[in-house]
Design a protein. Structure first.
Length: 146
């Protein structure tokens, strides 16, 4: 099992820089998403302001975590190249995974705060659209990918 994990980890190592960059969104990405949601859900000005504050705070928290994730992935790659022990590779992979978990939690918390701002009708509309292709996506995954 450990050898299989190691082989899988080594197979994806060349792609890690691309995957890390994938999380870097262009400037204004969150604003465009909020603009879409504001129009689609007919958000009030207050909801828009609160939503912007929620997503700005989440983006700020995620920026730090994304930097840590890049460092963790770099350490894992370097350890693999240095033929470190399987235990060390497991430790480094788990550290990267923990940061991925932090990013998922940031998204989930932002989504929960935003969803709580919505009226019952807006929630229904959001949920219906989120279950169709091209929708904002149900839950936190609909807001950001890392």
């Amino acid at each position: 099992m450990t050898k299989l994990f190691l082989l899988a980890a080594l197979a994806i190592l060349p792609a890690l820089p691309v995957l890390a960059q994938r999380g870097e969104r262009p400037s204004g990405g969150g604003s465009r998403r909020l603009d879409y949601l504001a129009g689609y859900l007919s958000l009030t000005d207050t909801q828009k302001q609160q939503g912007q504050a929620i997503f700005d705070a989440a983006d700020q928290a995620a920026t730090t975590a994304r930097g840590q994730l890049i460092g963790a992935r770099d350490a894992l790659r370097a350890a693999s190249k240095a033929n470190q022990s399987e235990a060390e590779l497991d430790r480094l992979a788990a550290a990267a995974g923990a940061i991925e978990g932090q990013l998922a939690a940031i998204d989930a918390k932002a989504f929960a705060k935003f969803y709580a701002l919505l009226t019952a009708d807006q929630k229904t509309k959001y949920d219906e659209r989120g279950n169709r292709p091209g929708g904002p996506g149900p839950g936190p995954g609909g807001f950001r990918r890392h």
